[in-house]
Design a protein around this ligand. Structure first.
Ligand SMILES: [Zn+2]
Length: 106
């Protein structure tokens, strides 16, 4: 589901979410452990720019693609470094957000 904005013109900032975002993140993001935190890395499901989302708290094993035993939920926000027109000062990313489900390491 790529939009026309994958062409040259930059995607305008918009605070939006979509069911497909979380699905794509579960399929494509990598999860790396850094001590008590995990770092989710991949391409933003809206603007396609690379982003990294540190998550601190419980110890997560991976992004779950479906519900299983013990899960954590986090809402992530695009934090890419690319320019997006109409973005408020002081913010990063394209405005996209989504909720990921994470398997908790037992
Ligand atoms: Zn984005």
């Amino acid at each position: 589901m790529r939009d026309r904005e994958s062409a040259a013109e930059p995607l305008p900032y918009a605070e939006v979410t979509d069911e497909g975002y979380a699905t794509r993140v579960a399929e494509t993001f990598s999860v790396r452990r850094y001590g008590p935190a995990v770092l989710l890395s991949g391409d933003c499901p809206r603007c396609q720019h690379p982003i990294s989302c540190p998550i601190v708290g419980e110890v997560f094993r991976r992004v779950a693609s479906q519900a299983s035993v013990e899960l954590g939920y986090r809402t992530l926000l695009c934090s890419c470094a690319a320019e997006h027109p109409d973005r408020p000062d002081g913010l990063a990313g394209c405005g996209a957000y989504w909720t990921v489900t994470l398997e908790v390491e037992s």
